[in-house]
Structures are given as structure tokens and as C-alpha cells.
Design a protein around this ligand. Structure first.
Ligand code: GLA
Length: 730
């Protein structure tokens, strides 16, 4: 997969449909050569255009700065004439920030480097190119890593910074990837949003200058996701080039594209450099840079997303649930909020069990004296007023009904009104002499301190060992403020990862779902610990079409936490049919978040069928390939496919014999003919059997993809159909 062409001093990483090429230029500069559709190994170094004026420095020392400012560098540093955005900045004790990284050595090996402190991709069938660079005057070393996994059009980039010199240096900027693409014909797709409105897609042409999304909040955030794609103006869901970038990290990030004076595009992603500082002490200290995932697709956005999905499912998620059937859960949050008693919970659980629901999740409000969100975070002991006798009577009841039990925690937080805070006010992040800012009446624990993490972990372990807990929802409901030292941002994340590691290794059978006020930590870093992440506190089926579409651009659908809730919806007040709510929630993890007792008989009657259907299709969502057939973000972009009137998507098994189509009519219109939906991803040669409008049909894959299915005009907004297609020998 990785070759070195000695004559051209060129490295080439080949994946099934893509090649990523870099080379050593004069004087040991490491330059980007090519990234795109696969090309047979050959000397491509002309593409660096180093022969054009301004010339290579060694031949034209007079114009060195001009050369530095346009050469396509793979890991640009600062201070020697490249005035574009650097990937790497360090500060020496004298305050200087100049660094000049040059090639020292390289090796190509099977396997990859795995950080001991950061989430990372893993597994067999991969090869790595490691290039060691050094700043000769200071002696600082940067080891760049490029890994490719068999069968996947992705390059995983990361770096290790090593200080084997005699002086301390401060790292100021250590991005994970920087790529100098050779042209400017790009549009940038990114995801913006807010609480309950996460992952809205925007697609805009690049302009000269820098366009950036980022987070300074201490988490990847509701506002922007650590993901972007550069696509061609003509790229659609199924055709054209797409370059996708994401970060396996959950803290502050930056992601940007810079269109330069020579109409080239520098694309970058990494830890947010703003307010970043990391003291790298002398004599061998190291810093691990988070992994970035770079995906190339010439099969449109869909191809790009499917590569992310497969890579993350096969080589990032560790949970035993990544391929396994997950229990259908019911969560009590929207059913009761803080207002529950043992009796009330037992009532919901009993009815849920009767309808076939398999896991009961007790959300916020079970500990301390938490009747509202004003207190008790940090006091992880059951509230005896609501749960006399602790969790046992409840779990006995639930397991007695044949259900499993799950529990909510918010381990990183502390309420000012809590025993933990009264005993250890210094545990909360803050700055001596300044008031702390409250958010949701809470502070954030200083997870950079081991004793703070231990204090929470001891309490959590006690609970986990006291009851049959098979699922945990790990929530994080506020962002960081009054951060006393720049390095705390990253140390905080390392602390969070440490505690999650203890949880998943200590209790490997627990199904962990991450959450952060809905979807503020919906990032690849979290997938390393939890196979699913709550996508949004907005459970409205119509809004979920957009949120789940946006999320699926880079995250596996089986990781997208999605539930059926009651109507009028608690976030929007909208009414949608119960059947459609389920069809939409099946484009994710599928579960319920409501009081079953409050449902109509008709709705209740649908639940056993929905659960049975879910279990017959959920393998397609976990392991199959997703094809989005429409884009609910009309009318921007995708002229040919954009359509806010409907949405449609498919899942297809890896052998293409089994498929599922879901179609949602978002807005009903009078006197409309049926809508022709062309399927995708099927085997054109296979014949598929399916039922539509009560009649059995058999059609070839070619027919279904080229001619399509006619979906009749449905009655009402947010109505939907789900169609299963199976290959037949006929
Ligand atoms: C966050 C989560 C919700 C719920 C509440 C509980 O908002 O996203 O699902 O758990 O916290 O306080």
C-alpha cells in the first residue's frame, strides 16, 4: 500500500481508489505532491512545481522567502517565510517561534503507532509511513505518521513531538494534518448549529483568505463539528470528488481552508491553537498529536461518508456492541424529567416490558437531592426520597420483568450545592480571585487532577458494583470557563479519556452512550469509548431528518443516538405520526423516550411490531452501507437532489443481497402524482423482491437504480414508508 520511489524521493500511499503522494524536495523539505484518484506509482514530483520561479532555494538563495511562501509543505512550521497558516509552532525559552522542519529519516512498516493517552484507530491490515523531521537549530523532532488501512480510501495522520534537547520548549500549535491542495475549485461543507439544532449543513464556495470552523468550549461543541469536506462545485451525493477531514479528538479544535495567492488550498485540522500551550520539557518528553482522518472519494459525498462509517466501525469503535445487536431502550427523561418516584418508574418499566422494550434507562435526577438541575452533581448516591432502599428495589423490579437496566451520570460536573463541593471547592475549575461562571447552575471538575478523577471514579464504581447496570449514559452539560492555564484544555480531555478508559476496560460489557447536552460531543474521539452518542435533545422527527443527515456525513449511522418521543414534541411542539417517528429513529440507534402509559392504544400497538422490525434490520444499519437518496437541506446545493418535500435513504448489506429503503414525505401537496425514487448501491445484476403498496414485486438492481420506484403521494405531512428488498434467485 505504501511505496518509496528512491529515484524521485517520493512516498506513495495507495488505497483502492485513491493515492496520496508526498516527496522530499531539495534541502530536505517535505512537500505534498498529489491526493486524488488512484494513479500507478510513478514520478509525480513535477506537480510540486518547484522548478518554477521563485526557484528552489539552493539555486536561488536570494528569493528563499518567496519559495517558502508557495511550496506545498506537508507539515508547515512558522517563521522562515511561509506566511500561510502553519501546522506547527513552538516557542523556545527566549520567546522565539521560528522552526524549520527538515527530513531526517523515514520508515515504512506494517501496523501503526497507537497513542497510550488518546483515542485512536487500531487493528490489523494497515501500513504506516513514518517520517522523522527535525528543526536543526533547536534539535526538536517531529515524527509524522501516515497510516492506511486495507480496503479504505482514508489516510490517518498524526504526529509525535519529541524534545530530546537540553532546553524546554512550549508547543503553541500542533495540528494533526495540513494538506496543500493544488487548486481552488472547491466548495467547503461544514456543520454548524446550536443546542437542539446540531449539525446543520452548509456548503459555500471557497474565497480567498481563511474560512474556519472551530471550538474554544472545551468540547467539540453543538456549534461546529470537527469535520469538513472540500468538494467540487459539481459534486453530488453520488458523483464527483469529495475530500473529507475529521479529528479523533473531543476537545477544542480548528478546521480550516485557506485559499492562497497562487490559488492553492491549504486544508488543516487539529487541536485549537488559540489559548493552547504545552510545555514540552527537555530530555525526552513527548507530545502525542491526535489522529486526523482524511478521506478521498470520487463517488460523491456518499462515497466519502461510507468510508468514514466503515473505518470507524471496523477500526475505531472498540465496544463489543459495534457489530452486536443492541437492546431497544426506553429512557425516562422526556417522560418524567426530575419528577419521578419508584412507583412511577416501575409503572413505566412494567408497561414498556409488556410491549417488548428491552432496557430501561434511568436518566438525570436519581442521586443526591436532585429535584431540579440546581444541585447534587458530584454526589453519586441514590436519592432515598425518590428511591427508598437505593437502586435495588427498582433494578429488582426491572430485571424481574426481563429487562436490563441503564443509568445516567454526569461525571465531569460539580454543583455548588453538593457535598463534594462543600468538601472540596478547589475541585472545580476556576481562577483564584475571580468568580466562577455558572452554567446550568454547575461548575466543571478539574479532570487534569488525578485525585479529582479518583473521587468521582470511586463513587461511580460503588454504584456500578451495587446494581446490575448494563448501560451508561455519560453526559456533559456545560462548557468550560475560567480556565486557569492554557494547557488545562488538553489536560482536561486527557483526564476525561482516562476515566472513560477505566470505565470501558473495567466494565467491558456495559453499553456506553455518550451525550453532551444533546450532541455537543458528537465526534470520532468519543467513538473509541462508546459505540453510540446521543445526537440531539431535539427528538422531533422532522428536525431529526436534518440532524441525522448532517451527522451521517462523517459518523456511522449506528452511532447516532435517536429515540421515538411523544407529540406534541417537547422541542418544537410539532405533531408527527408515530410510525414516522419510529422510521426516522431507525436511521440511528432506535429507542423510546416517553411514558408508554400516555400513548394511545393505537400507538402502543405499533411498538411490538417496530421492535421486531428493528431487530430484523438493525444489522443493516450497523454493518451495511448507507446511501442517502435525498438531501433535507433544500434548497442550498445539490440542485439535482435537494428537496425539502421529502427525504429518503437506504442501507445495503455488504454482500448487497439485503436492503432497506426509508422514504419520508415531509410536506404533503394536493393533487400530486407519485414520486420516482431512484435507488442506489444495489447490485445491478441481482434481482430483488420487495412489497410496495401491498403488492409483491421483483425487479433487477439495474431497474431500481435507473428507473426507480414510484412512491405514491401519501396522505399528510411527515408520512413515510419503509421497504425491505431482498435478492432472490428468480
Ligand atoms: C442533557 C441530555 C438529556 C438529559 C438531560 C438530563 O440535556 O442531553 O438527554 O439527559 O441532560 O439533565
Amino acid at each position: 500500500m505504501i511505496t518509496y520511489l528512491e529515484s524521485a524521493r517520493q512516498f506513495q500511499l495507495d488505497t483502492p481508489r485513491a493515492s496520496y503522494v508526498l516527496a522530499l524536495a531539495d534541502e530536505g523539505f517535505l512537500c505534498h505532491v498529489y491526493w486524488g484518484k488512484r494513479i500507478a506509482p510513478q514520478d509525480l514530483t513535477d506537480l510540486m512545481r518547484l522548478g518554477e520561479a521563485p526557484f528552489v532555494p539552493s539555486q536561488n538563495e536570494r528569493e528563499r522567502a518567496s519559495f517558502m511562501d508557495c511550496a506545498p509543505f506537508e507539515y508547515p512550521a512558522a517563521g522562515t517565510g511561509d506566511y500561510r497558516e502553519p501546522a506547527f509552532v513552538m516557542e523556545t525559552p527566549d520567546g522565539g517561534r521560528t522552526c524549520d522542519l527538515r527530513y531526517v529519516s523515514h520508515r515504512i512498516y506494517s501496523g501503526k503507532y497507537n497513542s497510550a493517552v488518546l483515542p485512536h484507530t487500531w487493528g490489523n491490515g494497515c501500513e504506516t509511513l513514518e517520517i522523522t523531521m527535525q528543526d536543526a537549530p533547536s534539535g526538536l523532532t517531529v515524527r509524522l505518521s501516515y497510516t492506511v488501512f486495507e480496503g479504505l480510501d482514508a489516510v490517518i495522520r498524526s504526529a509525535v513531538i519529541e524534545n530530546e534537547t537540553a532546553q524546554d520548549v512550549t508547543l503553541r500549535r500542533v495540528l494533526s494534518a495540513s494538506v496543500d491542495l493544488d487548486d481552488d475549485r472547491f466548495e467547503m461543507i461544514s456543520l454548524y448549529g446550536s443546542w437542539a439544532r446540531e449539525r446543520q449543513m452548509q456548503r459555500v464556495p471557497l474565497h480567498h483568505g481563511k474560512q474556519r470552523i472551530d471550538s474554544m468550549r472545551g468540547e467539540s461543541s453543538h456549534q461546529y463539528s470537527p469535520f469538513f469536506a472540500l468538494v467540487r462545485p459539481e459534486t453530488t451525493e453520488q458523483t464527483g470528488e469529495a475530500y473529507g477531514f475529521t479529528l479523533i479528538y473531543s476537545g477544542n479544535f480548528t478546521a480550516q481552508a485557506e485559499l492562497t495567492q497562487f490559488c492553492q488550498t491549504r486544508a488543516q485540522i487539529g487541536i485549537q491553537p488559540e489559548d493552547f500551550a504545552w510545555l514540552l520539557q527537555s530530555d525526552g518528553c513527548r507530545f502525542d498529536v491526535p489522529e486526523a482522518v482524511l478521506v478521498y472519494s470520487d463517488e460523491g459525498l456518499g462515497g466519502m461518508s461510507r468510508t468514514f462509517h466503515k473505518l470507524f466501525t471496523d477500526h475505531l469503535i472498540r465496544s463489543k456492541y459495534r457489530y452486536a445487536e443492541r437492546p431497544v431502550l426506553i429512557n425516562n427523561w422526556e417522560a418524567t424529567y426530575f419528577d419521578f418516584s419508584l412507583e412511577k418508574l416501575c409503572g413505566i418499566a412494567e408497561e414498556a416490558a409488556r410491549l417488548g422494550i428491552e432496557l430501561f434507562v434511568l436518566d438525570d435526577g436519581w442521586f443526591g437531592r436532585r429535584d431540579s438541575d440546581n444541585c447534587s452533581l458530584g454526589d453519586w448516591t441514590p436519592d432515598q426520597r425518590k428511591l427508598p432502599g437505593g437502586l435495588k428495589p427498582l433494578t429488582d423490579h426491572i430485571t424481574g420483568k426481563g429487562m436490563r437496566f441503564g443509568l445516567w451520570f454526569e461525571p465531569e460536573m460539580i454543583s455548588p450545592d453538593s457535598d463534594l463541593f462543600r468538601a472540596h471547592p478547589d475541585y472545580a475549575i476556576g481562577i483564584e480571585g475571580r468568580p466562577r461562571t455558572q452554567s446550568r447552575a454547575q461548575y466543571v471538575l478539574d479532570y487534569s487532577r488525578r485525585e479529582v478523577r479518583d473521587a468521582v471514579w470511586e463513587q461511580m464504581k460503588k454504584i456500578l458494583d451495587s446494581a446490575p447496570i448494563s448501560y451508561i449514559k455519560w453526559d456533559m452539560n456545560r462548557q468550560l470557563t475560567e480556565v486557569p492555564r492554557a494547557e488545562l484544555w488538553h489536560k482536561y480531555m486527557l483526564g476525561v479519556y482516562d476515566l472513560m478508559e477505566r470505565l470501558v476496560t473495567g466494565y467491558p460489557d456495559i453499553l456506553l452512550e455518550n451525550c453532551s447536552g444533546g450532541g455537543a460531543r458528537f465526534d470520532a474521539g468519543m467513538l473509541y469509548y462508546s459505540p453510540q452518542i446521543w445526537a440531539s435533545d431535539d427528538t422531533d422527527a422532522k428536525e431529526r431528518l436534518r440532524i441525522q443527515y448532517g451527522a451521517s456525513l462523517f459518523m456511522p449511522p449506528a452511532a447516532i443516538g435517536s429515540h421515538v418521543s411523544v407529540c406534541p414534541n417537547h422541542a418544537t411542539g410539532r405533531n408527527t405520526p408515530f410510525a414516522t417517528r419510529a422510521n426516522v429513529a431507525m436511521n440511528g440507534t432506535f429507542g423510546y423516550e416517553l411514558n408508554v402509559a400516555s400513548l394511545s392504544d393505537d400507538e402502543k400497538a405499533q411498538i411490538p411490531e417496530q421492535i421486531a422490525r428493528w431487530h430484523s434490520i438493525s444489522h443493516l444499519i450497523r454493518e451495511g452501507a448507507q446511501y442517502r437518496l435525498a438531501n433535507p437541506f433544500a434548497p442550498s446545493g445539490f440542485a439535482a437532489q435537494a428537496n425539502a418535500d421529502y427525504d429518503a435513504w437506504m442501507y445495503i448489506s455488504r454482500d448487497r443481497t439485503d436492503a432497506l429503503l426509508t422514504y419520508v414525505q415531509i410536506t404533503a401537496e394536493a393533487n400530486m402524482k407519485s414520486r420516482r425514487i431512484k435507488l442506489a448501491g444495489l447490485d445491478p445484476e441481482m434481482t430483488y423482491r420487495f412489497a410496495l403498496d401491498g403488492t409483491e414485486h421483483t425487479k433487477t438492481g439495474a431497474y431500481l437504480m435507473q428507473c426507480g420506484l414510484l412512491i405514491r403521494n401519501l396522505w399528510g405531512d411527515m408520512t413515510s414508508v419503509q421497504i425491505r428488498l431482498k435478492a432472490t434467485a428468480e
